[in-house]
Design a protein. Structure first.
Length: 260
């Protein structure tokens, strides 16, 4: 089977994905066939500051998803991986102004798959209202709701597209390329230990495909959060990825907004 036939079959399997076209040197357009979204959840203050600094170094936008009430004094950590200082909306507005993507990750980091539908919907609505009031320029029509624990239900997945641009939940790490009407994004994750070797393997698999959008759910850096990577590893990884012609590193919201 020749390469062209294999490529057409793969594109058919992945859906109606669009290739990402970005300006190149002297107006030349380069085709980005592999999109990588490193999705940092929970909003740890120390890690978020360091993550943004590393992405800034490479003129990239970080994808940071935060718990709406995580910074409040009465926030109760739902698990051992949440017991660390969270950033507040002063920080999130600062990072957003620097070009980083700040998206909702729940009102109080509750597992929506383990509660009645109405309760889950109410918590999501509270989260979106809090973001609308506290994050400058936030629009639900441009928001990606990132499910806590990557846990959702069919009922929530049917309802969420009426509230936000799209939502992210657990599932295959490689998605179809961004395309109109794409509402459900799925991501891979690894933990509780260091996820560097796993992430390297997954990226290698992506680059062996003709095209694809890889979304990986990270949390903190060094020793913070579930399945962390080191700050040094993240620095080296980004340096390696931006040197690959076919790769674009970008947050989920920007990837979808680019094709609207």
């Amino acid at each position: 089977m020749n390469t062209d036939i294999k490529r057409r079959q793969f594109i058919g399997m992945m859906g109606t994905g669009l290739l990402s076209i970005v300006p190149g040197i002297a107006g030349v357009q380069s085709v980005k066939r592999h999109i990588i979204t490193l999705s940092f959840d929970d909003g740890f203050k120390k890690s978020s500051l360091l993550t943004a600094e590393i992405f800034d170094k490479y003129k990239l936008s970080a994808c940071i998803n935060v718990v709406a009430t995580g910074h409040l004094p009465d926030f109760k950590s739902p698990d051992e991986y949440q017991v660390t200082e969270k950033g507040d909306f002063g920080l999130w507005n600062e990072l957003k102004a620097r070009g980083h993507e700040i998206m909702p990750h729940g009102y109080k980091h509750a597992n929506k798959a383990k509660m009645p539908l109405q309760e889950a919907q109410n918590l999501i609505s509270l989260c979106l209202e809090y973001f609308s009031k506290n994050l400058k320029g936030f629009k639900t029509s441009e928001a990606i709701f990132n499910m806590p624990y990557n846990a959702s239900t069919p009922e929530l997945e049917a309802w969420l597209p009426t509230q936000v641009l799209a939502f992210r939940t657990g599932g295959p790490a490689i998605n179809a390329m961004p395309h109109k009407g794409q509402k459900k994004l799925t991501c891979g994750a690894f933990g509780p230990g260091n996820s560097e070797e796993y992430l390297d393997r997954q990226i290698k698999m992506l680059l062996e495909l003709p095209e694809g959008w890889f979304i990986h759910n990270l949390h903190g850096l060094d020793s913070e959060g579930y399945g962390p990577v080191s700050a040094d590893y993240l620095d080296r990884l980004l340096a390696r990825l931006i040197a690959i012609d076919s790769v674009s590193v970008m947050p989920a919201g920007r990837a979808l907004m680019n094709i609207r």
